[in-house]
Design a protein. Sequence first.
Length: 74
Amino acid sequence: MAKTQLNVRVDETTAETARQRAVQRGLSMNRYIEELVRKDAGEVGQTFVEAAADFMKQYEHVFTEEFGEERTAR
């Protein structure tokens, strides 16, 4: 996969915290930041799935009325 360079500005405390966390995890700073972004993106996806499941649970009776018991059991 091709890599793109990003330049970000953060305060020194944030930069030092990121350096320390990367070292603690045995990662380069690049890899550490990349993993943070991927994790954040995954959490957003998980939040969506949980919200969709909650919606389906709340409105299950509506789907059952509209489509019947057989269709909602799938």
